[in-house]
Design a protein around this ligand. Structure first.
Ligand code: ZN
Length: 283
C-alpha cells in the first residue's frame, strides 16, 4: 500500500492516481492522515480491494505522510562511511536525538536558511504503525507502517556549539524535517532492508548509499528504541545518512540561497527543497 497526505487529506495511491480514503470508505477511515496509524492494518485490508474513482496525484503538493507524530527520533552516525567522514568512532549502540515536530514539512518545500552552516542528510524515514515496547529485531518490521524519504537538515554550528552537542535544536529549524512524497508499506518493497538512497544538489550527486551499510539496521534501531521508550502509532524515525554531507567535504560546503536539493530512496520516490536567504531577524 502507498498512501499520501494531500492538503491534509489521506489518499490511497493506485495505478498512478489517488483515491480519497474518507470518501471512498464512506467515513470508515478518517480524512486526517494523522489518524490512520490508529487503525493501520485495517486500512491495509480495506485498501487491498478498493474500487473508487481516481483523482490525479501531484506529488509536489504532498504533505508529511505522518503530519502529527508524538515523537520524532533521529539516529546519528548510522552509516559506516558517514561516521568515517565525520572523523568519529562507530557507535556501539544507536546514537539517538530528537527532532521537534514544528520542523516537519512536505515533499516539495521552500526552506528559509537560518544564519550558520546548513547541511544536507538524505535519510530513509520509518513511520511506526502500532504501539510497541520490547520488540525483537525479528518482529520489528511488523510494527512499521511504512517508509518514506526524508532530509535531516542540520545547522552545524549550533549542532556542535557548547560543551555538549545540540543535535535536537540544530536539526529542528522550521522546514528542517521534510518528508514524503508518500508512505510505502514494507511489503511493497522487494527487500526493505536493502534500499539505495541519495541526493543531488543543483543536479550534482552529493550522496549515494545503500541501507545495507547501516551500522544498526531498521529492525535493530526499533528493538533498541522500544526497549527504552514506548513507540506510538505515527511516530517517525530518521534512520541516519550515508557519506557525502557538506561538513565532510574539503573544503566544507553548505546550502546557499537558491540551491535546489533533491533526495530519493529506491522504490519510494523523491522530495525536493529549495532554499531562501536568512531573514534579517533569523539565526
Ligand atoms: Zn541525520
Amino acid at each position: 500500500m502507498r498512501i499520501a497526505n494531500v492538503d491534509g487529506r489521506l489518499k490511497l495511491l493506485v495505478h498512478g492516481g489517488a483515491v480519497d480514503v474518507a470518501s471512498a470508505s464512506d467515513g470508515r477511515f478518517d480524512s486526517d492522515p494523522a489518524r490512520c496509524f490508529e487503525q493501520f492494518k485495517e486500512l491495509g485490508r480495506w485498501a487491498a480491494d478498493v474500487d473508487a474513482p481516481l483523482e490525479p496525484f501531484d506529488e509536489t503538493t504532498a504533505g508529511p505522510p505522518s503530519p502529527a507524530p508524538r515523537q520524532i527520533f533521529g539516529i546519528g552516525l548510522n552509516y559506516v562511511d558517514h561516521a568515517a567522514e565525520s572523523g568519529l568512532d562507530l557507535p556501539t549502540a544507536p546514537l539517538v536525538f530528537p527532532k521537534f515536530a514544528s520542523s516537519l514539512i512536505g515533499a516539495s518545500a521552500h526552506v528559509q536558511l537560518p544564519n550558520g552552516s546548513v547541511d544536507w542528510e538524505v535519510e530513509i524515514v520509518v513511520v511506526i504503525g502500532e504501539a510497541a515496547r520490547f520488540v525483537s529485531p525479528a518482529d520489528a518490521w511488523d510494527v512499521v507502517a511504512g517508509l518514506t524519504v526524508g532530509q535531516d537538515l542540520s545547522e552545524r554550528e549550533l549542532q556542535w556549539s557548547g560543551p555538549a552537542p545540540q543535535f535536537g535544536l540544530a536539526k529542528s529549524f522550521p522546514g528542517f524535517s521534510p518528508m514524503g512524497p508518500c508512505l510505502v508499506t514494507p511489503d511493497e518493497l522487494e527487500d526493505p532492508n536493502e534500499l539505495a538512497l541519495g541526493c543531488e544538489l543543483n543536479g550534482e550527486s552529493v550522496q549515494l548509499g545503500r541501507s545495507t551499510d547501516m551500522v544498526f539496521s531498521v529492525p535493530e534501531v526499533i528493538a533498541y528504541l522500544s526497549g527504552i521508550v514506548t513507540l506510538l502509532p505515527g511516530d517517525v524515525i530518521y534512520t541516519g545518512t550515508p557519506a557525502g554531507v557538506g561538513a565532510g567535504r574539503t573544503p566544507p560546503r553548505f546550502l546557499r540561497a537558491g540551491d535546489d536539493l533533491r533526495s530519493w530512496v529506491e522504490g519510494i520516490g523523491a522530495i525536493t527543497q529549495t532554499f531562501a536567504a536568512p531573514s534579517s531577524t533569523s539565526g
